[in-house]
Design a protein around this ligand. Structure first.
Ligand code: DQA
Length: 150
């Protein structure tokens, strides 16, 4: 069965208690369950990981690139958290490993502070889902399945 990797970056382990007015009340475990359930509906296996460490995220993107090249993985859904706005290393990893990646943000970053308006990830991403709450994860999984041969 083809797989999708869902990667959550820094501070997303705090979902549920972190600024609930911005990010909602669902926990990371709730989000990961939602992702696995969406995958099950679409016939893909969904693996979920979270790290607060930039280098670990780079390693996982490179690993996904190898899995995609081997035909075992459709792509990656990534919420890079604040590394969105700072990380050239993540941009380079996505491009360098030729990863089909959907960038996702729970909140509408464009309606927030100006430092959240720029993304180093977007130019390397296949697509972007922003401001749809945690339902965005299901939409991103659907998008990867629909885009897999395109
Ligand atoms: C976020 C938006 C980022 O600006 C922020 O640093 C996060 C979460 C979101 O999901 O809305 O950590 O990626």
């Amino acid at each position: 069965m083809a797989s999708i990797l869902v990667i959550n970056g820094p501070n997303l382990n705090l979902l549920g208690t972190r600024e609930p007015a911005v990010y909602g009340h669902e926990t990371l475990a709730d989000v990961e369950r939602l992702c696995r359930e969406e995958g099950a509906k679409l016939g893909v296996e969904v693996e979920c990981r979270q790290s607060n460490h930039e280098g670990v995220l780079v390693d996982w993107i490179q690993e996904a690139g190898r899995e995609i090249a081997a035909g075992r993985c459709i792509g990656v859904v990534m919420n890079p958290g604040a590394y969105t706005h700072t990380s050239i290393a993540l941009h380079d990893a996505i491009k360098g490993a030729a990863v089909r990646l959907i960038e996702l943000h729970i909140s509408n970053v464009h309606a927030r502070e100006s430092f959240r308006h720029h993304s180093y990830i977007s130019p390397a991403a296949r697509g972007i889902i922003v401001g749809m709450g945690v339902d965005g994860y299901a939409l991103a999984i659907q998008a990867l399945v629909r885009l897999q041969d395109k």
